[in-house]
Design a protein around this ligand. Structure first.
Ligand code: KG4
Ligand code: ZN
Length: 336
């Protein structure tokens, strides 16, 4: 079963060829991130224009690198949202056109379901359910209790900023470039993570939700009140990064206390690339299987995860209610 995945929800244009839902034959990503480095975030209209320029070369490259031709493809899977409207349109219109031209079935995939599928790309081990999955990116922060590939219960989500957004906004306050996750990690690499105290959001509250606005505000006031703040960037970045990661780790610890049947802990989304978070969770969840996407490019937006989720969805739809065709972008299953 060969799936062509297409992902264009934000500033990455990606196409991938995935066999049987997990084996990635190619995954090409063109990013317009650099253009937004000093803007502090994505400019939607600019991102959409870059999507138009990149989409066909990226798909051609994905096919060539996998040595696959259109006749070998069994399914096209495309991100149907959420995301920036202009960017999404480029992917969905391209996918519909190719599906019609090549006479292939087409399926729309919720972006979050794509991230949730990214933790077993390029692995042969089927996950042992129930799985606790933290999905943390620039647009969402969610904790899922999953009973199979497509079924799950949302245990908690952010009440304000997403975790990645907190990295991006913090970087902007510190005068570091976008995207904030990698630039804060790099700036704070040799810093002391305990140098500055940050609050523990929602500490002691019986909830599995997240909240990041207090940490961002704490950083803002630290910068305002610290004499010669720019000379303390290394320790400030390390302490802020530590506080953001600790909040994610606290919620996971809470969730595991409540759901002790959980077999595996998965962490996905752009923030799962963070090495401080990886080390913290691997230590905290010792005794359980902890998985992160096997390659850093599967953490941030990519089409391999969309192809993977699309394959599972197609199998589910086939079993339950017939086959999706190019004429309809089905709303997806459980996670819609
Ligand atoms: O999943 P993603 O590529 O796009 C969205 O769906 O938002 O995530 C992008 C987010 C950005 O906010 C970026 O700052 C964050 O992921 N990110 C990181 C790291 N790499 C990317 N956050 C923390 N540490 C990283 N190494
Ligand atoms: Zn994403």
């Amino acid at each position: 079963m060969i799936t062509l995945g297409i992902e264009t929800s934000c500033d990455e244009t990606s196409a991938a060829i995935v066999a049987d839902g997990t084996q990635v034959l190619s995954c090409i990503i063109a990013s317009s991130k650099d253009a937004f480095e000093h803007a502090g975030g994505v400019i939607p209209e600019h991102a959409a224009r870059e999507q138009i320029r990149s989409i066909h070369p990226v798909i051609d490259q994905a096919l060539a690198e996998a040595s696959v031709s259109p006749k070998d493809i069994d399914l096209i899977a495309v991100t149907r949202g959420p995301g920036l409207l202009g960017s999404l349109l480029v992917g969905t219109v391209t996918a519909r056109t190719l599906a019609t031209l090549w006479k292939k079935p087409l399926i729309g995939v919720h972006h979050t379901l794509g991230h949730l599928s990214s933790s077993w790309l390029d692995t042969n081990d089927e996950p042992q359910f129930p799985v606790l999955t933290l999905s943390a990116s620039g647009g969402h922060t969610e904790l899922w209790l999953r009973t199979d590939h497509l079924q799950g219960e949302l245990l908690g989500s952010t009440r304000d900023d997403a975790a990645g957004e907190a990295f991006d906004k913090g970087a902007s306050l510190l005068g570091l470039p976008y995207p904030g996750g990698p630039s804060i990690s790099q700036a704070g690499q040799s810093g002391d993570p305990q140098a500055y105290p940050f609050p523990r959001p929602l500490h002691g509250e019986p909830t599995l939700d997240f909240s990041y606005s207090g940490l961002k505000t704490a950083l803002k006031y630290l910068l305002r009140d610290l004499p010669d703040a720019t000379s303390h960037t290394v320790n400030l970045a390390a302490s802020y990064e530590y506080a953001l990661c600790r909040h994610l780790a606290d919620r996971i610890a809470h969730a595991l206390d409540r759901h002790d049947a959980v077999q595996e802990v998965h962490v996905v989304g752009g923030v799962s690339a963070n090495s401080r978070l990886r080390a913290m969770l691997t230590e905290q969840c010792a005794g359980r299987v902890v998985r992160f996407p096997t390659r850093l490019l599967y953490c941030t937006d990519n089409a391999a995860m969309i192809a993977s989720a699309g394959t599972f969805l197609r199998n589910h739809i086939r079993q339950s209610r017939g086959f999706a065709t190019a004429a309809s972008l089905p709303a997806g299953a459980v996670f819609s």
